[in-house]
Design a protein around this ligand. Structure first.
Ligand code: UDP
Ligand code: MG
Length: 346
């Protein structure tokens, strides 16, 4: 039998004083052809300025423009820019997970490609990490770049999430962050398909600190890659993967309604005994039948949501499928059976 956690790699951190730290940067990219150059223009000087060896692992999340071609050229030019290409679009959360299972660093920075995560902040992340923090996250000071509705929805979501799940998400914390190797390994052990990264980071614990920053507008073509329907889905996934309260609330509601019905029946009986039968009351009947039919369908629907998720997880498909790896050493690119189906590096 193989070991129970075959995909976790041990990276000894104390190979003598002479060993330099390695910092990895993971960048999921979807159709960022034009954004890559400006990103690298700012990222490379920052990384070169730190006292570390570094690598940047791009995860091409099924781009349909020239992103992959650019990444190939980049890798040919400088081997420290590596990439994996997923076989189709799997979504940013899964792309990030894919990237994290390929990094070799003692710490890994997660960032977006659209320069909404200023690369210069990595210096502060790094300093905090050297000072002993295991997770350093970028904390958005304002969300001017977002619409009012977006901001309002985000606030409502975080509040609901916190109340229901009991896992507090630090205010303004997003995906832009540095994870120590310990946290990277912990992330790699979480195999759920429905991945709500913000929640997973908070759930993991570890010594964490926030670094405030202002979110600049998105660089490059188009707006956010998220569509409202995807955002709603994302929010629901987040809540459903962290709490089962929506499932349980129906038992309480059912109890309450039954109690009400019981009292009502008793009163009705009393009234009939005292004053005899009167026929009116038909509207009440129709309204209550409709109301309870609605409540039942809603609760069934919620059970269905969870059941669907159980089905997804139980199928045990790989999280993502890699079609190509660029510049990744074979021992890092070996298939990790539990989370993914990946080819060997050629
Ligand atoms: N992204 C991705 N897969 C997707 C959607 C987005 O890899 O399905 C990448 C995108 O290229 C960018 C990052 O995730 O580097 C953040 O995307 P975006 O700026 O659209 O999201 P937002 O800033 O609105 O959260
Ligand atoms: Mg963005």
């Amino acid at each position: 039998m193989s070991s129970p956690e075959p995909h976790i790699q041990e990276y000894p951190r104390s190979l003598g004083r002479a060993r330099r730290h390695v910092l990895s940067v993971v960048v999921p990219v979807l159709n960022e052809e034009r954004g890559l150059e400006p990103l690298i223009g700012r990222l490379k000087p920052v990384l070169d300025g730190l006292d570390v060896d570094w690598e940047v692992v791009f995860v091409d999340d099924g781009s349909s423009d020239g992103t992959l071609g650019r990444l190939r050229a980049l890798n040919a030019l400088d081997g420290r820019f590596k990439a994996i290409s997923l076989s189709r679009n799997f979504g940013k959360e899964i792309a990030t997970a894919a990237g994290l299972s390929y990094v070799t660093g003692d710490a890994a920075v997660l960032m977006d490609a659209d320069l909404q995560h200023p690369p210069e902040l990595i210096r502060d992340f790094f300093a905090h990490w050297r000072a002993g923090f295991e997770i350093v996250y970028g904390q958005r000071r304002d969300r001017d770049a977002d619409t009012f509705l977006h901001r309002w929805a985000a606030r409502a979501f975080y509040l609901t999430f916190q109340k229901l799940s009991g896992t507090a998400l630090p205010a303004g914390a997003g995906d832009f962050r540095l994870l120590d190797r310990k946290a990277v390994d912990a992330m790699n052990r979480m195999r759920e398909r429905v991945r709500f990264n913000k929640g997973l980071f908070a759930w993991m614990g570890f010594r964490s600190i926030g670094v405030p920053f202002k979110v600049p507008p998105r660089y490059g073509s188009g707006g956010s890659r998220w569509r409202p329907r995807q955002l709603l889905r994302f929010g629901l996934d987040g809540i459903a993967s962290f709490t089962t309260i929506p499932l349980r609330v129906w038992s309480y509601l059912g109890l309450l309604i039954s109690l009400f019905a019981f009292v009502y029946a008793a009163l009705f009986l009393l009234k009939t005994l005292l004053f005899g039968i009167d026929v009116p009351g038909f509207p009440t009947l129709v309204i209550s039948v409709m109301f309870f039919a609605g409540v039942q369908l809603l609760s069934l629907g919620i059970i269905g949501e969870y059941l669907g998720r159980i089905y997804e997880e139980v199928k045990g498909r790989p999280l993502y499928i890699v079609s190509e790896v660029l510049g990744i050493e074979p021992e890092v690119a070996r298939p990790k059976a539990s989370t993914s189906a990946e080819p060997h590096a050629q």
